[in-house]
Design a protein around this ligand. Structure first.
Ligand code: ACM
Length: 269
């Protein structure tokens, strides 16, 4: 199964241009599943609620989801891509999931980062798991990585690979993903963006280095920090199906949830 990321530099507010850029990069890649960055069509550094309202789209009726459906069909590929979603008078930092056959669903970012809390509602949908042939993939967005529960709940639902749309600005995630993959024995595809956005005296530099990580904590592919790059790796999903570590230890069966009940209700006051 060929899975990969599309790393590039979206320009803020230039939805049509960003869709075109992504479409050009995807053309002829010959992958089964591709992950695009978080907010790939709009850019990241919003400066007002008016901008959020103007750039967010309905799913699946908006122009971006329609373009993704076309790209998935034309290239015979599953796509997971981040975009700003409008639902009634609410806005979400979402990822849309499409297959060559059509629209599959939407994931709304559960753990919002920094000023995203000014613009978006926190996700109200569970972490999703979708089938791809005999295998399964989950979806999360950027900062979700820092909460181990995100990948755990999708792995426990049988996901073999986690599709991770990102706009990373801190340097920790790529190395942390090795541990996330190791502790769940799954693959992950982190699709990050590049470039700097300076708007209203705020400036963020995005760190690139999109990464495909395997269940043994090996980095199968890491992109450069500033290049536009499509990285595709042929992976054997069956490696993520077996959670047996040795004749005594099984990563999932050895868990002791009775001793973890605190995480169900613990909130720091
Ligand atoms: C992030 O969640 N965009 C860091």
């Amino acid at each position: 199964m060929k899975v990969g990321f599309v790393q590039f530099e979206p320009l803020f507010g230039e939805v049509e241009r960003n869709i075109e850029r992504a479409e050009k990069l995807i053309e002829g890649t010959n992958a089964d599943l591709l992950v695009l960055p978080e907010l790939f069509n709009t850019g990241y550094v919003f400066a007002s609620m008016d901008e959020v309202r103007a750039l967010s789209e309905k799913i699946p009726d908006g122009v971006t989801t329609r373009a993704l459906l076309r790209m998935a069909k034309n290239n015979d590929v599953y796509l997971v891509a981040g975009l700003a979603e409008r639902s009634g008078d609410r806005f979400f930092n979402s990822a849309v999931i499409v297959s060559p056959q059509g629209y599959l669903g939407t994931y709304r970012k559960i753990h919002l980062f920094f000023e995203e809390k000014r613009w978006f509602d926190p996700g109200d949908t569970p972490f999703p798991v979708y089938s791809l042939g005999d295998h399964k993939f989950g979806v999360m967005i950027c900062f979700d990585w820092i909460f181990p529960e995100s990948m755990r709940v999708m792995s426990l639902q049988g996901a073999h690979v986690i599709c991770h749309c990102a706009n990373l600005v801190l340097p920790f995630c790529q190395d942390a993903m090795k541990t996330r993959c190791l502790e769940n024995h799954v693959f992950a595809v982190t699709s990050n963006r590049t470039g700097t956005e300076s708007r209203n005296e705020k400036s963020l530099r995005f760190t690139g280095k999109s990464q495909i990580t395997d269940p043994a904590a090996e980095v199968l592919y890491r992109a450069e920090s500033e290049t536009e790059e499509v990285g595709v790796v042929d992976i054997d999903f069956n490696r993520a199906a077996d959670k047996q570590l040795n004749e005594y230890n099984n990563l999932f069966q050895d868990r002791r949830p009775d001793f973890y009940s605190m995480i169900l209700h613990h909130h720091q006051e």
